[in-house]
Design a protein around this ligand. Structure first.
Ligand code: BQF
Length: 283
C-alpha cells in the first residue's frame, strides 16, 4: 500500500507560513494583491477562480476579480491588463485559461508585465525557467516539486518520466526535475512503447488530461506516482490521469485526486504573488 502524498495538508501548512509572511510584509508597508481575470462562464474555470480568491482571503491579501462576458474582445482584455500592469496595488496578474476562441492566449500572456506574471507563462519567464535563474515558477510544477520535497523524496539521480508535454505542466515540470538532478524523459501521444518507458520511472508524473490513462501495469513497483490530472467524469466525480486503485497497490507513494497536486498549485500561486509584491515594491 502506497504512502498517500496529501497535498491538501501540505498546502495548508504552506498557506499558514505564507500568512505569517504577509503579516511581516504588511508591517514593512508592502500590501500584496492578486488580480484574477476570468472571461466567459466555463464552470471548471469558475471553480478554480473561486479557489484562488479563497486562498487570498486565507493568507489575508487583496484579491481583485474581473469576471468578463465571453463576448469580450481581445483589445478590451489587453486594455484591462495594461491598466493592471500600471496599478501599484496589483502585485500579480493572472488570466484564467482557456480563453474563448476569438482571443489569442499568446497575445494576452504577452501583454502581462513579466514582473506581475504569477503564472510564469510570459516568454520572459518561460525563458528564465530554462536557465534555472527565475523569479516565478509555474504553479503546478512548483506544487509538484514542493510536495515531493515535503515528503522527503530526493530527485537526484532518479529516473523521472513526465507523460504530457504542455507548456503549462509537462515542459516546465521536466525542467524543474532536471534542475534537481533527475534523469528526465518526456513522453506524449506519439511516444512508442509508452508502458515500457513509464515502467522505468522511479518518479512518474502523469499530466495527459485523459481520465485514468496510466494503469497499474505501467508503473514500476516502488515508484513515486504524481497525478496532475483533474478530470470530471460525472457531476460530482473527479478522477486523475492515473487509475488510482491499481496504481496504489504498486507505488511507494502516490498523490490522490482531489487533494493531491491541485491544492499545491493554489499554494504556489500565493507564493508567487508574495514574490511579485517584493519584486514590484517601490521603496
Ligand atoms: C483539489 C487547472 C486544468 C486546467 C486549468 C484543488 C484546484 C484543483 C483541484 C484548482 C487547475 C487545477 C487550476 C484541487 C487551479 C488546480 O483539491 O484536488 C484546487 O483550483 N486548480 C487552474 O486554475 O486552471 C486549470 C487544471
Amino acid at each position: 500500500m502506497a504512502m498517500i502524498l496529501n497535498g491538501k495538508e501540505v498546502s495548508a501548512r504552506i498557506k499558514d507560513e505564507l500568512r505569517d509572511e504577509v503579516k511581516a510584509m504588511k508591517a514593512r508597508g508592502i500590501e500584496p494583491g492578486l488580480a484574477v481575470i476570468l472571461v466567459g462562464d466555463d464552470p471548471a474555470s469558475a471553480v478554480y477562480v473561486r479557489n484562488k480568491k479563497l486562498a487570498c482571503e486565507y493568507i489575508r491579501i487583496n484579491s481583485f476579480e474581473y469576471i468578463l462576458p465571453k463576448e469580450t474582445s481581445e483589445a478590451e482584455l489587453i486594455e484591462l491588463i495594461q491598466k493592471l500592469n500600471n496599478d501599484s496595488s496589483v502585485s500579480g496578474i493572472l488570466c484564467q485559461l482557456p480563453l474563448p476562441e476569438h482571443i489569442s492566449e499568446e497575445a494576452v500572456i504577452n501583454a502581462i508585465d513579466p514582473k506581475k506574471d504569477v503564472d510564469a507563462f510570459h516568454p520572459v519567464n518561460v525563458g528564465k525557467i530554462m536557465t534555472g535563474n527565475y523569479d516565478f515558477v509555474p504553479c503546478t510544477p512548483a506544487g509538484v516539486m514542493e510536495l515531493i520535497k515535503e515528503s522527503g523524496i530526493d530527485v537526484a539521480g532518479k529516473e523521472c518520466v513526465v507523460v504530457g508535454r504542455s507548456n503549462i505542466v509537462g515542459k516546465p515540470m521536466a525542467m524543474l526535475l532536471l534542475h534537481q538532478h533527475g534523469t528526465v524523459t518526456i513522453c506524449h501521444s506519439r511516444t512508442k512503447e509508452l508502458a515500457e518507458k513509464t515502467r522505468c520511472a522511479d518518479i512518474l508524473i502523469a499530466a495527459v488530461g485523459i481520465p485514468e490513462f496510466i494503469k497499474g501495469d505501467m508503473i514500476k513497483p516502488g515508484a513515486v506516482v504524481i497525478d496532475v490530472g483533474i478530470n470530471r467524469i460525472a457531476p460530482k466525480k473527479l478522477v486523475g490521469d492515473v487509475e488510482f486503485d491499481t496504481a496504489e497497490k504498486l507505488a511507494a507513494a502516490i498523490t490522490p485526486v482531489p487533494g493531491g497536486v491541485g491544492p499545491m498549485t493554489i499554494a504556489m500561486l500565493m507564493k508567487n504573488t508574495l514574490k511579485a509584491a517584493e519584486l514590484n515594491k517601490t521603496c
